[in-house]
Write a protein of this length. Structure first.
Length: 274
């Protein structure tokens, strides 16, 4: 973990923020004062006092054997930071443009959903007159297939940028019933695909969601943090059904969801042509 100096404010405040950052940068959910002291470059007694104050304020929670984790107060801060992003009206316009640019491809915006185990949640879609019944997944199975991060390009585009400890938890889950014949059932192949996603910035889907459907997805990130993915599905049995122009359109759509000061779905102003 980088040792940042103070950039204004008090030295004590800087130490507090260093300890809180360590919870997001050190792998694992629970940490002891010694581990956090090593990660932050602070002495054990200073870290212990900060942890005690954090527990008192509800930002941190203490577990047994002197371990600490982020508490409900930290979750409230995160929810507040995301309360108005992205702008739903503008976000839907991006998906409608993507639907058109991919000749009627089914366009989706997914968000990382950590509650109840790492998964994904569909925030919005542009599917024309489709009711999704033609995908061929029973409605009950669709919920599990859609949520899984190990099933489909939309999930792997998110999974590739998550910490290893979360990836391990996802890999421990079974492939959902109802997933397509192309779903990665071998963990070694799945991990290799994640490396490709990190390298290329795109995930390709060949009958992972359902037989007879292919597509691609690109990650959506905020200041380096993975937030979700943009995906397109098209009918077909091989990736040629998803053209190079469609892949480029998905990449451009994902870029539109990258927060900026004065444009994109994180503001009130609609972006221009992407």
């Amino acid at each position: 973990m980088s040792k940042r100096g103070t950039l204004g404010g008090s030295a004590h405040a800087d130490r507090v923020y260093r300890v809180l950052r360590a919870f997001t940068e050190v792998e694992g959910q629970m940490h002891g004062p010694g581990e956090l002291a090593e990660a932050t470059g602070l002495d054990d007694s200073t870290v212990h006092r900060i942890l005690q104050s954090g527990v008192y304020d509800g930002i941190l929670a203490r577990e047994g054997h002197g371990l600490y984790r982020l508490g409900a107060g930290a979750a409230r801060l995160g929810l507040k930071s995301l309360a108005h992003a992205p702008n739903s009206r503008v976000a839907h316009a991006v998906l409608e443009d993507l639907h058109t640019a991919t000749d009627g491809g089914l366009a989706f915006l997914f968000a990382l959903a950590p509650f109840g185990g790492a998964g994904k949640q569909c925030l919005d879609m542009a599917v024309g007159s489709s009711d999704l019944s033609e995908i061929g997944i029973p409605h009950r199975a669709l919920l599990e297939v859609c949520r899984s991060l190990r099933t489909g390009a939309a999930g792997r585009a998110i999974l590739a940028f998550l910490p290893k400890v979360i990836q391990d938890g996802v890999l421990a889950e079974p492939v959902p019933d109802g997933a397509g014949p192309g779903a990665f059932r071998d963990d070694a192949r799945l991990l290799a695909s994640l490396e490709s996603v990190r390298k290329d910035g795109i995930a390709l889907d060949v009958e992972e969601w359902a037989e007879g459907w292919v597509g691609c997805a690109a990650p959506v990130r905020w200041d380096g943090l993975i937030m979700g993915s943009v995906a397109v599905l098209k009918p077909g049995h091989d990736i040629s059904a998803c053209s190079v122009s469609a892949v480029r359109a998905v990449r451009r759509a994902a870029e539109c969801f990258t927060p900026a000061d004065d444009h994109g779905p994180w503001s009130e102003e609609a972006p221009g042509s992407y």
